[in-house]
Design a protein around this ligand. Sequence first.
Ligand SMILES: [Zn+2]
Ligand SMILES: [Zn+2]
Length: 261
Amino acid sequence: MVLFLVDYHTHPFSHGEECIKKQYSKEYIERFIQKAIKTGIKEIGFADHDEFIDYIDWDILKELKEKYKIVKLGIEFDFKNDKKHLNMIKKAVDFLPLDYSIGSVHYIDDWAFDHPKYIEKYKNRIIDDIYIEYFKLLKNAVELDIFQIVGHFDLIKIFGFKPDNISIMDLAKPVLQTIKENGMVIEVNTNGLNKPVNELYPEINIIKMANQFNIPITLGSDAHTPDRVGEGIKMAVRIIRDIGYKEIAIFNNKNIILKKI
Ligand SMILES: [Zn+2]
Ligand SMILES: [Zn+2]
């Protein structure tokens, strides 16, 4: 049986490292597509961070989308409680040629909690409090109702710090409820398997709860280099099928389409 595999979360521009900036070109982005084709990925989505919005070459992306039908265009928006930034996001979702956008939380206040450089902060704070704050921000992001996909739902676990006295499921539930109300989708992001936590984002129990809520799922590797495109995607599809998912969400001009898996 042929599985319908998609990778909707890739970053050709990465984090704007000097070496990437130099090689960011049509040929370089094409290497992501070639890897997708080789891996049997039916749709590859480019979703660079909004932080680099001025560097993303939409002309090249549109050209590649014409050339390769498997290409989808997206962006990963960083949710912050910052009015100016929110206005930028609202304008960008209307203005850009997007098939979808991913809304993600990478910051608590100005703390980039997923960056190994700032890991010490987990040791100076109560983990329960950090989780409460993270899920509150995630809920705020979902309530905006301007994204199609919620990125790496439980990213806060990245370094393996887990809460002591509160249940992650209790924190996840109201967010999933709001996702369902707003007709949004969550991604299963395989990159958590490369991090100290060594789990998918989100963890299996959250995927199960999402299934109970009837929330559709899409898939992403969070590849920052061509070689990682499609990594873990086949396994992720098998896992969500085992949980009970029979379809996967893909997007066309911000409209959701459910594909049999
Ligand atoms: Zn992210
Ligand atoms: Zn990402």
